[in-house]
Design a protein around this ligand. Structure first.
Ligand SMILES: C[S@@+](CC[C@H](N)C(=O)[O-])C[C@H]1O[C@@H](n2cnc3c(N)ncnc32)[C@H](O)[C@@H]1O
Length: 264
């Protein structure tokens, strides 16, 4: 397994950290994508299947193939009742193990910033989708502060601790996505921002959800000294505003892009 493969390994913990927010963005994204029922879908970087389940529920696909490098995430994805019809496989976005034109739609949810070569991944998605089919993605706007984990990034950085932002934050910008899709030769390109409310019952729920031992963030926090962890906790308490009922609520936002494979 490469370093990227091991980024996220526990499907249940991922659900608490990110899966629930992923689904919220996914709902709006799928409505916006607005494709007919019965299509052959490819879900690239499907992780624990949070978005896969959503697309099956909303889009009545003909078939769904979903790939991710993480065996553990895929094992969790296969247990989802709403994703039983999907075919989950190990695979790399930058080298898709499928023939040209095998799908009607290829999507990549919240994964593009984890790739070392996003251009290659977009070219691969365009290759495996048939002419006039759809290629689309969405990713938290990392540089713009749109990730649900942004309070953690910002607070760690204010403590002088090296960021745990995804390796390739800039491709999550709306203009960068537009450029990537243009470079891949896609047509009818459109982009948008998707905003969601992120809400925790209280500060402890925020803390426990964001320190699950999964991904670079969980591992970094687990490796901090007791005093550093306590400082992080206190600084976050100061930074996050608490509603009168004790909840922590803020807005997160993702950028999305869609385009169609040209008919040659
Ligand atoms: C934040 S998760 C998103 C999972 C899921 N799509 C969702 O919306 O909840 C990012 C995923 O990208 C996957 N990933 C990392 N490198 C990848 C690669 N080279 N090819 C495909 N997926 C990759 C990770 O294993 C992880 O499951």
């Amino acid at each position: 397994m490469s370093k990227a493969d091991k980024l996220f390994t526990d499907g249940e913990a991922y659900e608490r950290l990110m899966g629930r927010w992923s689904r919220l963005v996914g709902e709006t994204f799928l409505d916006w994508l607005d494709v007919p029922n019965g299509l052959r879908w490819l879900d690239v970087g499907c992780g624990n299947g949070a978005f896969t389940e959503e697309l099956i529920a909303r889009c009545a696909p003909g078939t769904v193939t979903a790939i991710d490098p993480s065996d553990d995430q895929l094992a969790y994805a296969r247990t989802r009742l709403g994703a039983k019809t999907a075919n989950f496989q190990v695979g790399d976005a930058q080298k898709l193990p499928f023939g040209d034109g095998s799908f009607d739609v290829a999507i990549m949810a919240l994964a593009i910033s984890f790739l070392s070569n996003p251009d290659k991944a977009v070219a691969e998605m365009a290759r495996v989708v048939r002419p006039n089919g759809w290629v689309a993605t969405y990713m938290w706007d990392i540089p713009g502060g749109g990730a649900p984990t942004d309070p953690i990034y910002v607070t760690l950085e204010s403590m002088g601790i090296t960021s745990v932002r995804p390796a390739n934050p800039d491709v999550s910008r709306r203009e960068a996505m537009q450029d990537l899709w243009e470079k891949a030769g896609l047509e009818s390109i459109d982009t948008r921002v998707i905003r969601i409310p992120v809400a925790y019952f209280d500060f402890d729920d925020f803390w426990d959800s964001n320190t699950v031992l999964i991904g670079p963030q969980g591992r970094l926090i687990a490796g901090m000294s007791m005093s550093e962890r306590e400082q992080l906790r206190m600084d976050l308490r100061d930074r996050l505003s608490t509603a009168s009922d004790g909840r922590i609520v803020y807005e997160s936002f993702a950028n999305a892009v869609k385009g169609r494979v040209p008919v040659r």
